[in-house]
Design a protein around this ligand. Structure first.
Ligand code: ADP
Ligand code: MG
Length: 265
């Protein structure tokens, strides 16, 4: 059965989509089978991996409202992942799902049909805490929170943690908080470190290692249809590869997740 990780933060631009694509590609490079799920109506994950959302006949939207089977919607990506794509229709799924009982469970139910075939499923949540993110969290075994280390980055974290707690008590008691992933990190500024230390103190959240450095390659990658791991060597890709190795050791060998201690931040 696939292990399912939701990547969530209601703030946009914190590298959720980049993290899902890069981690997925890093695990494929290590021989694992990976399904990635685009739960954002803006369909950035789908688009960045070379699929034009306007040209797709069906998407995760049709799956969530019960009008398509997951298998009929999956597409391949250049990096060797399988993608459950999004289209702008997904914006309407919020409203359609709201009228249905069990609305938070639609994705979980749909993924059970394919979970046997993948080692890992990564869910790219939209920048909101609405019914789509609730579906992502309800379908997941664990949640990771990318956090851009800038002023006020912590402001949404409390609200996100409350949502996670609600999901744990209502729709998915086995959901685990894996931790915060520092993204767009600039180790030269004490500011990035202050923000991380603050989040770690204030919320007692584990801070996953390594932090993902800010590098110019990411913008180039998302224009190319492949992930940053396909390009030339760069620090960002190396960090995602290291993170993938740390997570595999945790998931497959039972090691504790590698985190930054307060002293290392
Ligand atoms: P989200 O999904 O949280 O909205 P994205 O993954 O789309 O965030 O990233 C937002 C922007 O930041 C994108 O333009 C992406 O290319 C860029 N980006 C992500 N990670 C990095 C990084 N480590 N260095 C530089 N730019 C990055
Ligand atoms: Mg995104």
């Amino acid at each position: 059965m696939a292990r399912v990780l939701a990547v969530a933060n209601q703030k946009g631009g914190v590298a959720k989509t980049t993290t899902v694509a890069s981690l997925g590609a890093a695990l494929v490079a290590r021989g694992r089978s990976v399904l990635i799920v685009d739960l954002d109506p803006q369909a950035c994950l789908t688009f960045s991996l070379g699929h034009d959302p306007d040209k797709l006949a069906s998407s995760v939207h049709d799956v969530l409202i019960g009008e398509a089977d997951v298998d009929d919607v999956l597409v391949d990506t250049a990096d060797g992942m399988t993608l459950l794509p999004a289209t702008i229709d997904l914006a309407g799924a919020e409203a359609l799902l709201l009228m249905r009982p069990g609305r938070e469970h639609a994705l979980r139910r749909a993924l059970t049909a394919v979970a046997e075939r993948f080692d890992y499923i990564f869910i790219d949540c939209p920048p909101s805490l609405g019914v789509l993110t609730l579906n992502g969290l309800t379908a997941a075994d664990a949640v990771m929170v990318p956090l851009q280390c800038e002023t006020l980055a912590h402001r949404g974290v409390g609200q996100l943690l409350r949502t996670v707690e609600e999901v744990q008590s209502i729709t998915n008691p086995s959901l685990r908080m894996l931790g915060v992933l520092p993204t767009l990190y600039d180790a030269r500024t004490t500011h990035s470190r202050d923000v991380l230390a603050d989040v770690s103190d204030r919320y007692g959240m584990p801070v996953l290692a390594p932090p993902i450095p800010r590098t110019v390659r990411f913008a180039e990658a998302s224009a190319s249809g492949a992930t940053v791991l396909a390009g030339r060597k760069n620090k960002g890709a190396a960090a995602y590869r290291e993170l993938a190795g740390n997570l595999l050791a945790h998931w497959e060998d039972g090691a504790e997740p590698v985190t930054l201690s307060a002293a290392e931040i």
